[in-house]
Ligand binder design. Structure first.
Ligand code: SAH
Length: 231
């Protein structure tokens, strides 16, 4: 898919203007360039990058319709999905792009500078070490199981904040096993959006949660415990 086709795909749904298309183009240039030096994504074909990274990230907007966050954090953003894409679109939202890997953050900083994105902050840290109750929205794609994501994400959100988990076909099952984690962490399930990438390229489930109560202080636990004994 080309960027023009991407724009046509979202016609009437999302306003992708000249600005957004030009920024996406430059972003993919940089991704291709850096991907030659370090492994940022297994997707090498530009058309495929448009579909599997840009389009998939933009599908998050359907679930976020009506949300007016002041600040947002993309947990484990990797090369910037969905966070960088959403930050290009949501200019008035202060976005933190978080990743534990330094080289990914170097790439993200280069993109931020080249695209002059004043609303983006790149943070090289682990989610479990961040300050609590600070963001209105958290997103994550291809990050971890849902109970783990809830434990890492919930503490970061202000009460009333939302978490968007971008999942594959197993999302539904994971949601069923997340009841305990939600209850324990003060999160409730709000809605889910079933999407499919064009050309039979994958089924997606974007699941939205809301934080209804402060997260007990004992969360998040140490990462090895979160992993060994998920909620
Ligand atoms: N969201 C991106 C990348 C997914 S891969 C995409 O969909 O393409 C998961 C990413 O999470 C990796 O880049 C890894 O470095 C990062 N990560 C893993 N554990 C983390 C943690 N505890 N805190 C922050 N980032 C983490």
């Amino acid at each position: 898919m080309t960027l023009d086709e991407l724009r046509a795909y979202f016609q009437g749904d999302l306003a992708l203007g000249e600005r957004e298309i030009a920024l996406f183009d430059r972003y993919l240039d940089l991704l291709e360039e850096w991907n030659g030096r370090m492994n940022l994504t297994a997707v090498r074909d530009r058309g495929e990058m448009v579909e599997k990274h840009l389009l998939d990230s933009l599908l998050a907007m359907r679930a976020l319709k009506g949300a007016r966050p002041g600040s947002a954090i993309d947990i484990g953003t990797g090369p910037g999905f969905p966070g960088m894409v959403l930050a290009i679109l949501m200019k008035d939202v202060r976005w933190t792009l978080l990743d534990a890997t330094r080289k990914k953050c170097e790439f993200l900083s280069a993109v931020k500078d080249a695209l002059a994105l004043a609303n983006v902050e790149v943070m090289n840290a682990r989610a479990e070490t961040l300050p609590k109750e600070r963001w209105d929205l958290a997103t994550a794609r291809a990050f971890s199981s849902l109970p783990m994501l809830l434990e890492l994400g919930a503490p970061l959100l202000a009460v009333g904040g939302q978490l968007l988990a971008m999942k594959g076909p197993k999302g539904e099952e994971e949601l069923i096993t997340s009841g305990r984690a939600m209850k324990e962490l003060g999160m409730e399930h709000v809605s889910k959006y079933r999407e499919s990438l064009p050309g039979g390229d994958g089924e997606r489930l974007n699941i939205l949660f809301r934080k209804t109560a402060r997260t007990p202080r004992k969360y998040p636990r140490e990462f090895r415990l979160i992993k060994a004994k998920p909620l």
